[in-house]
Design a protein around this ligand. Structure first.
Ligand code: SAH
Length: 347
């Protein structure tokens, strides 16, 4: 038995079987595994020393074993009740998580990396550079943190916070498994958003999950996409769309395409028509996101009329479309505004 802090990985993210194996390895009866699981996932315990159903002696022995919870560094509530959290990880790094309440639902927008290496031109996260991937437990922790703060069960999860999920696929897959089986969130209520990494959508599809894949398209042709997304230089739009088609074939799930509307740049009628052509016959849904301003670049958000006009054109071309007006704008918690800082930008 070892209580060495460094050699023991955090327990959060572990399944019932894994936690049971761990308690047995510690010389405890197997039923303690169920208790541990319950205290970690449903009672939100942050230290093994606080699990009152365990003997005092054993609690003292394992008190230093980390559960893997973050600490709240900063917290701000937007007028629309969206809450932005800055969470501090064990190594001092800070990430952002957003809680979005709507009617009976509570959606959590989780980060998958500290920062992001993709450096998309319109996104605040990319401006701050990249530090590291998040571990499985650091992703699960974000969901528990929002659930505890709202004192309401989380119903939906979107992997749309800081980072590129498919650059951290193993930990994202591990987190999805734990969120599904340990926290109890249905796979169909989970969305993973990616800008697209060559070969990774195909690999992701092989896991036959029931989660929704959202692909950040943002442009209806290769040259325009390259202007917005540096990595597009190494990934042809047609190759990205081919992988998306495979995703639909393998999983039987339609793909969501996200399309940020940047006034005068990619929101012209010809762009809508081109986009409709790209997606013709594709089992998909387009999510239009009017651009949320960030201070470093001077893109503009189109007017509501212009946005609706773009959506209408897509509909006329038989493309399923919805407009997503981001929540949390006033707290800098909307899509693309996450930068792990508590300073407010003047938009
Ligand atoms: N890296 C992943 C997930 C993080 S971004 C991805 O690219 O999909 C989540 C969504 O917010 C993406 O569709 C992203 O393009 C969008 N987004 C980024 N910056 C934005 C901004 N300034 N305004 C609106 N949406 C933005």
């Amino acid at each position: 038995m070892t209580n060495d802090k460094i050699s023991v990985p955090p327990l959060l993210g572990g399944s019932l079987e894994e936690l049971t194996a761990w308690v047995v390895q510690q010389g405890q009866p197997a039923y303690r595994g169920k208790q541990l699981h319950d205290w970690i996932y449903h009672k939100g315990v942050r230290s093994l020393a606080d699990i009152s159903v365990f003997s005092k002696k054993w609690r003292a022995e394992v008190a230093q074993v980390p559960i893997g919870r973050s600490t709240l560094h900063y917290h701000s509530v937007a007028p629309d009740e969206t809450v932005k959290y800055l969470l501090q990880l064990a190594d001092g790094q800070i990430i952002e998580t957003v809680g979005i309440p709507t009617d009976k639902r509570l959606t959590v927008c989780v980060s998958t990396q500290v920062g992001c290496p993709m450096a998309c031109d319109f996104c605040a996260t990319g401006k701050g550079g990249y530090k590291r991937n998040l571990e499985r437990y650091e992703i699960v922790d974000q969901v528990l943190t929002v659930q505890e703060d709202f004192q309401q069960r989380v119903s939906n999860i979107v992997f749309m916070g800081m980072g590129e999920p498919l650059l951290n696929t193993d930990n994202v897959l591990g987190a999805i498994k734990s969120l599904n089986q340990d926290v109890g969130i249905g796979q169909r209520n989970i969305t993973v958003s990616t800008v697209g990494i060559p070969g990774r959508i195909r690999q992701f599809a092989q896991h036959h999950l029931q989660v929704t894949l959202a692909v950040s398209l943002h442009a209806p042709n290769q040259p325009l996409r390259e202007q917005l997304i540096p990595s597009a230089h190494h990934y042809k739009l047609e190759d990205l769309l081919a992988e998306c088609r495979e995703y639909v074939e393998i999983t039987g799930r339609r793909v969501t395409f996200e399309y940020i509307l940047l006034a005068g740049f990619n929101d012209l009628p010809e762009h809508a028509i081109q986009l409709a052509k790209c997606l013709r016959g594709f089992q998909s849904h387009v999510n239009l996101i009017p651009y949320n301003p960030i201070s470093e670049v001077d893109y503009k958000r189109p007017t509501r009329d212009r946005t609706q006009g773009f959506a209408k054109l897509l509909k006329q071309h038989h493309i399923a479309v919805s407009v997503r007006y981001s929540r949390g704008l006033e707290a800098d918690a909307a899509c693309g505004q996450l930068r792990a800082s508590n300073t407010f930008t003047n938009n």
